[in-house]
Design a protein around this ligand. Structure first.
Ligand code: CMC
Length: 390
């Protein structure tokens, strides 16, 4: 009963209430639990942000210490899981490796998967935060053919992750503080974004009372697509193509405006922001700082800036209110840090993990939650009979 409205892409339909993240897309405002993203990005660590999103408040010193200690305790992967990774082809995209690994977690922890049991939820939260970065680094090492390192739990969350990605068995690894604080900031900027496609996926899968690993593995797969998290990888390919073709930025923009098949300005536009994405502003600042501090010059950053300038002055983009989004400048930074392009969306996934967990937990603890089950408008055949004789 009731009226079914058709809403492709859920442009006008709220599927839930939420207390986690606020966005005002017209004004370009983003807040985590009420705190403006600009303050959060500068004033909190990634683990503090994770706690804030999941538990609702900034952690006290002792809460944070305890949280950090419990996450460090869970960084080791089951040795068998390493053999599982070994069985995947080395050309595999790290996002596929990561989603498979997270899905496989539910095969190792079968005794703590009950979404209605608070202890199970707590332990799954810690395991995901601890193990997903390790699996991500594993996917990276596999793709470049290097030996996998074991985590070093004396290091902070971000430094441990950097060492697992860039350290080798041959030499001690020195964390570069510029890289470490820039990565921390980027993870924070990705930590939540209310009901985006991957978070909605996590909620939809979780609404069936599937376990947290299964739900988040589905979220990772939703993030993979180039219209969502995959855009950071696609931006770098686009910038590289523009550079290689030598056609010039203005020509490329013309092709975008002519809607040539498959030609889009990747890293531009957003379903919610009809103004400059506040995250993109902060990322752009970081891009200049990090490249300068690392002494890296990258022509791709110049191409990106020129693209932005030309697009923002152009009526096509003005009329449609298309601005750079979070993915526009991140790739240039990840590249300067030494990450291969195919790892970019994996970094987004690690950043988004606290948000996915927070939404999954908010949903499972909300008594009003119902299984997600959209309607359709049926436009197919009316009832008809099989051919005579069948
Ligand atoms: N380049 C050129 N034209 C665009 C772009 C773009 N990046 N984005 C939107 N448009 C045009 C679109 O063609 C349409 O024009 P028209 O009215 O003439 O048909 C108009 O702008 C409205 O776009 P839409 O496709 O209806 O917008 P949407 O809300 O459905 O899509 C989007 C949002 C993010 C999928 C889209 O802007 C896009 O494909 N952007 C490029 C991919 C990208 O950067 N994604 C990352 C999003 S932010 C972080 C994340 O989620 O990962």
């Amino acid at each position: 009963t009731g009226m079914t409205t058709l809403d492709y892409g859920f442009v006008n339909t709220a599927a839930t209430k939420s207390n986690i993240t606020y966005i005002d897309g017209d004004q370009g405002i983003l807040r985590y639990r009420g705190y403006p993203i600009e303050q959060v990005a500068k004033g909190l660590s990634f683990l503090e942000v994770a706690w804030l999103l999941i538990y609702g408040e900034i952690p006290t010193e002792s809460e944070l210490e305890d949280f950090d200690r419990r996450i460090r305790r869970h960084t080791l992967l089951h040795e068998d899981l390493k053999r599982f990774f070994d069985g995947l082809p080395h050309q595999a995209h790290p996002m596929s490796v990561l989603s498979s690994g997270v899905s496989a977690l539910s095969t190792y922890y079968q005794d703590s998967l009950d979404p209605t049991n608070p202890e199970h939820v707590e332990i799954s939260t810690l395991r995901l935060l601890a193990k997903m970065p390790v699996m991500a680094a594993y996917a990276h090492k596999k793709s470049v053919g290097q030996a996998f390192l074991y985590p070093d739990n004396t290091l902070s969350f971000v430094d441990n992750f950097l060492r697992l990605n860039f350290g080798t068995m041959a030499e001690p690894y020195e964390v570069n503080p510029v890289v470490s604080s820039a990565l921390e900031r980027l993870l924070i900027l990705h930590a939540d974004h209310e009901q985006n496609a991957s978070t909605s996926t996590v909620r939809l899968v979780g609404s069936t009372q599937a376990n947290m690993f299964a739900s988040i593995s589905a979220g990772i797969n939703a993030l993979f697509g180039p219209l969502h998290g995959g855009a950071n990888e696609a931006v770098l390919s686009m910038l590289g193509d523009i550079q290689a073709s030598g056609e010039g930025v203005a020509k490329y923009v013309e092709r975008v405006k002519n809607k040539e098949a498959g030609v889009k300005l990747m890293g531009f536009g957003h379903r919610v922001y009809k103004n400059y994405d506040p995250r993109a502003k902060l990322v752009k600042e970081s891009a200049d700082e990090v490249l300068e501090a690392l002494g890296v010059h990258d022509d791709l950053l110049e191409i990106a800036k020129e693209l932005e300038q030309i697009a923002l002055a152009d009526d096509y983009f003005k009329e449609r209110r298309l601005y750079p989004n979070v993915d526009f400048y991140t790739g240039v930074i990840y590249k300067a840090m030494g990450f291969p392009t195919r790892m970019f969306t994996v970094l987004f996934a690690i950043g988004r993990l606290p948000g996915w967990i927070a939404h999954w937990r908010e949903m499972t603890s909300d008594p009003q939650t119902k299984i997600g089950r959209p309607q359709q408008l049926y436009l197919g055949h009316a009832a008809r009979d099989l051919p005579t004789g069948r």
